[in-house]
Ligand binder design. Structure first.
Ligand code: SF4
Length: 482
């Protein structure tokens, strides 16, 4: 039950004119809602005319029946759910970004974070560019549009932009006649594509669970560095950037972000979590009576721990289905109260027992403590915590909102000290060496593990800059006395 925020989810589709592409995208965004709950948006292309709807809120809040009606029918659509890791979560930063240009309109949706966004934006602003948002996605849109002026096709413009962009980006781009998607050469964020048999529609999504939701069959993952172009019911791949960088898929997608029913880079997310639990059982065995998991992502790892250790698995917690992740508890400043609203321990499962509790991560430790307290209050005899991720020691620059080192509990305390702070009999983390083995098939060929071991696959900005563009604006305002 990590208090880390997800990044974003993207979706795109290409089919025959006059189709319900907006509605299909709406269903797909529901399946990607876990990746971002701050804002949602869809852009629909009807014969080159793009209509859009985007706003802050959950998919169900933003897309009323009237809003979907207004989007109308078309042949291409792109959709986005957002948790902002660069720029604030307000309406202006909602995606897709739509650009109207002499070379034709374009809509763009992005998952990830550029590491050279500040430098690129500064260069563009010095060249006269005016930005409307404070997100790095507008920088991408600007660069593709600029390259479009020099190129014969939008896919060439995207390919040229990839020579300039650094960091993490899985993109879905819609032109008047094409759907294009690409994944950065490191492959930080997932992206896959498939086809619906009933009408031959092509679909692109952050996770395969969105393809399942709209009846499409997954064909393959987009390779790191690959561009796919969907045009006139055909698809072709551009591989100029494939193999140019070390594959570095975010391993935390397997541990926490992705839905367990998704398959990423050929590996089942559920299976990866079960393996994490099995590794924990091998490295940190303990005499106990029952294994319980903290919903949601701790459940699969608990199954793996139980299977490997032979200790029975049981459902130790019930999660309220009706409390959204963005739930704010008015008058409940106390974290214990907030956790109780979301999660409740099943007393009979743990009473009088030696309990192994599996959770997906510990960030500050402030969320774990009230969960552990519930076990003690329910009468557990011993509580042994096992964590299906290694300790967080470094910030992420690739689109995940991991706290600064100041707040990461593992940066300031030993494992024994954290066990004492959390009030557990023992504590064991997943070994950082084992995370490379979570995907049975090796995933896309390599993983990013930087937040655990500081091994960043790219150059990183000097400081962590989630609100970097807002800061620049407020500094300017202060200087000008506005
Ligand atoms: Fe994922 Fe951590 Fe790498 Fe960020 S630093 S991409 S969260 S593994």
């Amino acid at each position: 039950m990590a208090s880390i925020h997800e990044e974003c989810g993207v979706f795109g589709m290409y089919t025959s004119p006059g189709s319900d592409v907006g509605l299909t995208t709406y269903y797909a965004l529901f399946a990607l809602q876990h990746r971002g709950q701050e804002s949602a948006g869809i852009a629909v292309n009807d014969d080159g005319v793009i209509s859009k709807c985007k706003d802050v809120g959950l998919v169900s809040d933003v897309f009323t029946p009237q809003a979907l009606e207004r989007l109308g029918k078309g042949s291409i659509a792109v959709g986005h759910v957002r948790y902002g890791t660069t720029g604030n979560g307000g309406r202006t930063n909602a995606q897709p970004i739509v650009v109207n240009h002499v070379k034709g309109a374009m809509a763009l949706a992005h998952n990830g974070n550029l590491t050279n966004a500040v430098k690129l934006r500064r260069e563009l602003e010095m060249g006269g560019a005016i930005f409307h948002t404070t997100s790095d996605t507008e920088v991408i849109a600007y660069i593709i549009t600029r390259e479009r002026l020099k190129c014969g096709s939008i896919e060439e413009a995207v390919s040229n932009a990839m020579d300039i962009l650094e960091g993490a980006y899985s993109l879905v781009v819609m032109s008047p006649t094409k759907l294009i998607c690409c994944r950065d050469p490191h492959g930080f964020r997932p992206l896959c594509f498939g086809q619906r048999e009933s009408d031959g529609a092509w679909m692109v999504a952050s996770e395969s669970c969105a393809l399942d939701a709209v009846g499409a069959k997954m064909i393959a993952d987009v390779q790191p560095g690959e561009i796919l172009v969907f045009d006139g019911h055909t698809m072709h791949s551009i591989d100029r950037h494939v193999g140019t960088k070390k594959p570095s898929m975010c391993v935390f997608e397997y541990i926490y972000f992705a839905r367990p029913d998704s398959v990423i880079d050929g590996a089942s997310v559920h299976e990866a979590r079960v393996r994490a639990g099995a590794f924990l059982a091998l490295r940190h065995p303990v005499q106990a009576d029952v294994v319980v998991g903290v919903p949601d992502s701790g459940l699969d790892a608990a199954e793996g721990y139980a299977r490997q250790s032979g200790i029975p698995y049981a459902m130790g917690f019930v999660k309220s289905r009706y409390v959204a992740r963005t739930f704010i508890a008015p008058g409940q400043e106390n974290r214990e109260d907030k956790v109780r609203m979301k999660l409740n321990c099943i007393r009979d499962v743990v009473k009088g027992k030696r309990v192994v509790m599996i959770d997906d991560s510990i960030v500050r430790g402030t969320t774990s403590r009230p969960i552990i307290n519930q076990l003690w209050q329910a009468g557990a005899r011993e509580v042994h915590m096992r964590v299906s991720a290694p300790p967080f020691l470094n910030p992420c620059y690739y689109g995940v909102d991991i706290d600064s080192r100041d707040h990461l509990i593992a940066c300031h305390h030993t494992v024994e000290e954290i066990a004492e702070i959390l009030h557990v009999n023992s504590l064991g983390y997943l070994d950082v060496g084992d995370v490379h083995m979570l995907a049975a098939n090796g995933g896309c060929g390599g993983f990013c593990t930087a937040c655990f071991n500081g091994d960043y696959p790219t150059d990183i900005p000097g400081e962590r800059e989630k609100f970097m563009f807002e800061q620049k604006i407020s500094e300017k305002l202060q200087k000008s006395g506005t």
